[in-house]
Write a protein that binds this ligand. Sequence first.
Ligand code: PLP
Length: 407
Amino acid sequence: MTFSKIKKFNSISPKELLAVERFLKSDSPLSGFYGSNRPEFFGGKQIRKFEENWSKKFNTEYSVSMNSATSCLIASMGAIDLKSGDEVIVSPFSMSISAIAPIFYGAVPIFCDIEEDFFNIDYEDVIRKTTSRTKAIIVVNQFGHPAELERLKVFCKKKGIYLIEDNSQSILAHENNKLCGTVGDIGVFSLNIHKHIHCGEGGVCITSNKELASRLSLIRNHGENVVDSLNLKNNSNILGFNFRLPEISATIANEQLKRVDFLTKRTEDIGSYLSEELLDVENLIVPKVRKNCRHVYFMWSCKVKNSSKKSLHKFCSLIQKKGILITQGYVKPIYRLSIFNENLDFGCNDKMKFYRSYYENLTCEVVERIHNNEIIQFQPVSWDIKLRDIKIMAKQIKDIFNQTINK
Ligand SMILES: Cc1ncc(COP(=O)(O)O)c(C=O)c1O
């Protein structure tokens, strides 16, 4: 059997269709936001219902929806009042915005290496790279697995720095029964089309801090227009954007949220059964799960030992011919993007120039090795794979792996 007939997974069900139809027939405005100090400053009916439901699900005080996780991360940097020259500790092995969001406020990303086993930011390296200029850590729960959140939280508290969780890939993952996204001062979620639940494009910030929630809402919706009437104590960084989520998107997101348990269990099963089937393959290290953690397998990410770029390439092209989209590498370490090496001006952000030699000389040994020579990945979120097919799929992976890597 080949997998060419396996379809892309579509998490949008008749329930979302029905909800959108009902919404459109209701004659409600497509956006309920207003830019003045009145309840609609915080969005229309669907937005507020969605945020209320999100807060309940994550047992948090405040949820602030936006039009993407990108917007959420930028707004989070403003909300913590990041200033020019502040440093923010980031991971080099994630989506670029989780590392470059600080630059929008004139601050400087400082890259740490990653853990061998879980691909998340390395706790010991975070400690080494924290300085008196460090204002925050952006920790990403990468590929569906929690970072060392509890330890990072304790460290941040001790140092008086903010912990911002980018939980775009790890909805309902947890560490010690504490849901990812709820540990940091702000937790960020993505609702783009590639994620466990989505509404095309969207994002949510959660926090239990009233002031941060208020600042996030202001940055989302041109806060400069309402700060006077609100009599805020601290107006700095309240220059706002249009980061607003439309009502239709919130309607879809509301329905998706009702199905999030099912949708995460689905990928958790695919990832963990695949691992079970391939546990004994020589030189293939299937994803590990840290004790007391839940992995929700946004990505099923394996390390390959005793191989080379060339044989990984051969393995991936042969397995792809069987209709199984396993890819080689992830994103190149973010500090290797040319913006860090050639164009450090970033408009008005002069501070970055002082860091030119830091970026030029930066090498994170683990991330370079893993990305260049070791990691291969499959994305359970994207594929409609029935559990009964996993044995067949695993056999194909094993056969081709033995022909190309273990030959
Ligand atoms: C870890 C991480 N952070 C942030 C983002 C950005 O999400 P969005 O597309 O919602 O802006 C993504 C999207 O892929 C992501 O994976």
